[in-house]
Design a protein around this ligand. Structure first.
Ligand code: PAN
Ligand code: ZN
Length: 191
């Protein structure tokens, strides 16, 4: 067996999920982003500052991940769990990113909650795919992606993407996503 320098050898293994709750049992990595990590992303900066102050910088979203080498050939998988809520009237969302290797896609399977996968290309195309339990969104290569929670419970998605993809947050911090998702009197608006 030839093992290439690009791709570490690993033994197969199994991970258990609590599918109804959207929980990965015994994740190896746990990333937490509180509301303060979202400065600059929402339209209403004052509403975000108020939320951070009044609720003592509450949890915004978490990522639970397996311990997979960030290498060509491997597949990085995990659960993204985004809290419900609004900043002003804009729905809670993740920062969003392009992959550093932009020719890499991603699969998202919604396990719990309701939301959108908001996507954009560098030349300004925008798409929003609805996610409810059982929806799988294919994020093709070249599309930046951000999850948005439009519901009242956490939005939990299972994702998998190529190990060497990497994350480019800087361009989204500069460009934004063009469209935003709001909730007003129970109605969802994409504007
Ligand atoms: C996901 C995201 C996760 C958190 O694992 O990283 O949902 O969102 P942000 O990365 O935008 O903070 C993914 O798309 N990985 O490539
Ligand atoms: Zn991604």
């Amino acid at each position: 067996m030839e093992i290439k320098s690009t791709t570490s050898f690993m033994n197969p293994y199994t991970v258990e999920y609590e599918l109804a709750e959207g929980v990965m049992k015994e994740p190896k990595n746990h990333l937490v982003r509180n509301a303060s990590a979202m400065k600059g992303h929402y339209t209403n900066e004052d509403a975000l500052a108020k939320l951070i102050k009044e609720q003592n910088d509450p949890l915004h979203y978490e990522v639970f991940e397996g311990d997979i080498p960030q290498e060509y050939g491997h597949l990085i998988y995990g659960i993204s769990k985004l809290q419900p809520g609004v900043v002003g009237d804009e729905c809670f969302m993740t920062k969003g990113h392009y992959h550093t290797i932009i020719e890499t896609g991603e699969i998202y399977l919604c396990l719990r909650g309701a939301g959108y996968m908001l996507m954009k290309t560098q030349d300004g195309q925008v798409r929003a795919e609805k996610m409810t339990r059982g929806s799988m969104v294919y994020v093709p290569p070249y599309w930046a992606h951000r999850s948005v929670n439009i519901g009242d419970v956490p939005l939990a998605t299972f994702y998998v993407y190529p190990g060497d993809a990497g994350h480019n947050y800087g361009d989204i911090e500069k460009e934004g996503f063009i469209k935003r998702i709001f909730r007003r009197n129970g109605e969802v608006a994409i504007e």
